[in-house]
Design a protein around this ligand. Structure first.
Ligand SMILES: [Zn+2]
Length: 89
Protein backbone atom coordinates (compact mmCIF):
# COMPACT_ATOMS: atom_id res chain seq x y z
CA UNK A 1 0.00 0.00 0.00
CA UNK A 2 1.11 3.50 -0.81
CA UNK A 3 0.17 4.83 2.61
CA UNK A 4 2.31 2.10 4.16
CA UNK A 5 5.28 3.18 2.07
CA UNK A 6 4.81 6.79 3.09
CA UNK A 7 4.51 5.84 6.74
CA UNK A 8 7.65 3.71 6.46
CA UNK A 9 9.50 6.59 4.86
CA UNK A 10 8.36 9.02 7.53
CA UNK A 11 9.31 6.59 10.22
CA UNK A 12 12.80 6.23 8.77
CA UNK A 13 13.15 9.99 8.74
CA UNK A 14 12.19 10.63 12.33
CA UNK A 15 13.51 7.38 13.73
CA UNK A 16 17.00 8.85 13.45
CA UNK A 17 16.06 11.87 15.51
CA UNK A 18 15.76 11.94 19.26
CA UNK A 19 12.21 12.66 20.44
CA UNK A 20 11.72 16.21 21.67
CA UNK A 21 10.52 16.64 25.24
CA UNK A 22 6.99 17.06 23.90
CA UNK A 23 7.02 13.93 21.76
CA UNK A 24 4.61 11.25 22.84
CA UNK A 25 7.33 8.62 23.00
CA UNK A 26 9.52 10.84 25.16
CA UNK A 27 8.17 9.49 28.43
CA UNK A 28 5.14 7.93 30.10
CA UNK A 29 3.65 11.30 30.95
CA UNK A 30 3.42 12.54 27.37
CA UNK A 31 2.14 9.12 26.26
CA UNK A 32 -0.55 9.24 28.96
CA UNK A 33 -1.51 12.70 27.69
CA UNK A 34 -1.87 11.35 24.16
CA UNK A 35 -4.03 8.45 25.35
CA UNK A 36 -6.24 10.84 27.31
CA UNK A 37 -6.53 13.00 24.18
CA UNK A 38 -7.61 9.98 22.11
CA UNK A 39 -10.23 8.75 24.56
CA UNK A 40 -11.51 12.28 25.18
CA UNK A 41 -10.61 12.53 28.86
CA UNK A 42 -7.83 15.13 28.45
CA UNK A 43 -8.41 18.61 29.86
CA UNK A 44 -8.46 21.65 27.56
CA UNK A 45 -4.84 22.86 27.97
CA UNK A 46 -3.56 19.32 27.36
CA UNK A 47 -5.78 18.92 24.31
CA UNK A 48 -4.47 22.16 22.88
CA UNK A 49 -0.88 21.14 23.50
CA UNK A 50 -1.35 17.71 21.91
CA UNK A 51 -3.07 19.21 18.87
CA UNK A 52 -0.38 21.87 18.44
CA UNK A 53 2.39 19.33 18.69
CA UNK A 54 0.67 17.00 16.21
CA UNK A 55 0.68 19.79 13.63
CA UNK A 56 4.40 20.36 14.08
CA UNK A 57 5.69 16.83 14.36
CA UNK A 58 5.40 14.01 11.76
CA UNK A 59 6.80 11.57 14.29
CA UNK A 60 3.93 12.19 16.66
CA UNK A 61 1.34 12.15 13.86
CA UNK A 62 2.57 8.64 13.14
CA UNK A 63 2.41 7.64 16.80
CA UNK A 64 -1.03 9.21 17.12
CA UNK A 65 -2.37 7.21 14.14
CA UNK A 66 -0.96 3.98 15.55
CA UNK A 67 -2.25 4.56 19.06
CA UNK A 68 -5.68 5.57 17.84
CA UNK A 69 -5.96 2.41 15.74
CA UNK A 70 -5.05 0.29 18.76
CA UNK A 71 -7.48 2.15 21.02
CA UNK A 72 -10.37 1.93 18.56
CA UNK A 73 -9.82 -1.76 17.86
CA UNK A 74 -9.48 -2.59 21.52
CA UNK A 75 -11.65 -0.29 23.63
CA UNK A 76 -10.96 0.07 27.33
CA UNK A 77 -12.92 -2.09 29.70
CA UNK A 78 -13.73 -4.87 27.25
CA UNK A 79 -11.88 -7.93 28.39
CA UNK A 80 -12.32 -9.73 25.09
CA UNK A 81 -9.25 -10.82 23.13
CA UNK A 82 -8.34 -8.85 19.99
CA UNK A 83 -10.21 -10.15 16.97
CA UNK A 84 -12.24 -12.57 19.07
CA UNK A 85 -15.93 -13.07 18.46
CA UNK A 86 -18.31 -12.26 21.29
CA UNK A 87 -19.55 -15.48 22.79
CA UNK A 88 -23.20 -15.85 23.63
CA UNK A 89 -24.80 -18.80 25.32
ZN1 LIG B 1 6.77 14.88 18.47
Amino acid sequence: MLSGLIAGHLQKRWAQDEPSDKCFDHDDLTMARLLAFIDGSANDPDKREVRTHLLQCPRCRFIFAKMRAVTVDNPRGSGSPIGGCPRRH
